[in-house]
Design a binder for this molecule. Structure first.
Ligand SMILES: [Ca+2]
Length: 195
């Protein structure tokens, strides 16, 4: 009799443990940020609830591109776990992502306080909610939308959206590099002083 009760309790405990594992595993898998392609356009979509800070660069050497043809695009987001399309990219998880060179990039950073360090090509970046600093398009023809929050948008060739222009931009404590880039168009007073 006593032995039968013990077996019953053991079976109940095993069943509860199995339910707990089943609940926890899908929750972890659903939190990944994603790289996807629409034709030659690469889209980076940040996971909900994540502060992102992707750094986008190009690698000219095959040695740095792994199984992807050089030149390739590198994305490193120190705060994200990233899933990638196997036919276009390699790497991912919590490490570097290496992808075939896109024609342009669309980045949706979603909620939380994010940062973005863009490549030399064209980008459309939506920083979403949160105080995003910096959102730096780098070179190219970029469209930056800070979204709600106090954001720092950086880029000498930036075309800011109407929503971005209407919002209050807080530059925080800009670095020398940031100030130089925003001062690319001299004021009339400054032009007169040099003439
Ligand atoms: Ca760019």
């Amino acid at each position: 009799m006593l032995r039968t009760r013990s077996r019953s309790r053991f079976r109940t405990s095993v069943a509860l443990l199995a339910v707990a594992v089943a609940v926890l595993v899908p929750a972890a898998a659903a939190s990944a940020s994603q790289v996807s392609y629409n034709g030659s356009v690469l889209t980076y979509t940040a996971a909900s609830g994540e502060s992102n800070g992707p750094i986008v660069t190009t690698n000219p050497y095959q040695l740095l591109c792994g199984s992807v043809p050089a030149p390739c695009l590198s994305i490193f987001d120190p705060y994200a776990t990233i899933s990638v399309p196997a036919d276009k990219c390699t790497g991912g998880g919590t490490g570097d992502v290496l992808c075939q060179m896109p024609s342009s990039i669309v980045a949706n950073l979603g909620d939380r306080d994010d940062a973005y360090y863009g490549w030399s090509g064209d980008e459309t970046i939506d920083a979403g909610t949160g105080n995003d600093n910096p959102i730096d398009g780098g070179g190219g023809n970029d469209h930056l939308n800070g979204g709600p929050g106090s954001d720092n948008l950086v880029g000498p060739e930036t075309t800011r959206s109407a929503a971005a222009r209407a919002m209050t931009i807080s530059r925080g404590s800009p670095t020398r590099r940031t100030r130089t880039r925003w001062a690319a168009t001299p004021t009339a007073a400054a032009a007169g002083a040099t003439g």
